[in-house]
Design a protein around this ligand. Structure first.
Ligand code: SF4
Length: 211
């Protein structure tokens, strides 16, 4: 990883000064995540590579006890190379901050790393082609809580379909990690009456992780 990328990650985490130890566990995590990033930028395992400007790995604190998982990059994410930076992402950030945490306290990623055309839902084949990258991210970051945002994130992790309105608020298990289920913030933007429930869910998921 180059120094600029490393310092950006550290700044996102709230550090103004760093002493670099190449063998530290944190630096090892950053190196492994950067390796995945290099792979996805060149990945052609599914057709979503054809229309992407860039693949979007995820961002945040590699030592975070919580990982938020959404669906796939949208237009703004594809442009900026960062997850959840469009309107839905701003709502997620607001929910995290309203709960008393910072976006840099958490790690945010998606099931698919490349933007589907017209923001359609990634097909099951596309989700499965990309899943090994997310699995590696989860193994590297090793959070105690996964917060799944919407039905695609749920299907991507559990390999079964669900109605998210039925499952939201549930706490399930995935390989020994607690999994909190809630809406995708894009759904909340379309259904503003659900915003208080969504904010409460995000708070509960964060408390589960940081308690
Ligand atoms: S979405 Fe995932 S599997 Fe498909 S091309 Fe992008 S990185 Fe590869």
């Amino acid at each position: 990883m180059n120094l600029k990328d490393f310092l950006k990650v550290m700044k996102d985490m709230g550090f103004n000064e760093v002493i670099v130890d190449n063998n530290s566990p944190l630096n090892e995590k950053i190196k492994l995540l950067n390796q995945i990033n290099q792979e996805i930028q060149n990945c052609t395992k599914c057709d979503l590579h054809k229309n992407r400007k860039q693949a979007v790995l995820g961002e945040g604190n590699p030592n975070s006890p919580i990982m938020f998982i959404g669906e796939a990059p949208g237009e703004e994410e594809d442009k900026q190379g960062r997850p959840f930076v469009g309107r839905a992402g701003q709502l997620l950030t607001k929910a995290i901050e309203t709960a008393g945490y910072k976006r840099s306290d958490v790690y945010i990623a998606n099931i698919n790393k490349c933007r589907p055309p017209n923001n359609r839902t990634p097909t099951i084949e596309e989700q499965e082609a990309c899943f090994p990258y997310l699995k590696r991210q989860i193994e590297i970051i090793n959070p105690s809580v996964l917060c799944l945002l919407g039905a695609t994130a749920y299907r991507g992790i559990f390999k079964r379909e669900t109605k998210i309105t039925k499952e939201r608020g549930s706490i399930l298990d995935y390989e020994g990690k607690k999994v909190y289920i809630t809406y995708h913030p894009a759904f909340v933007l379309r259904n503003p009456r659900e915003e208080p429930t969504f904010f409460e869910d995000i708070k509960k998921a964060l408390e589960l992780a940081f308690k």
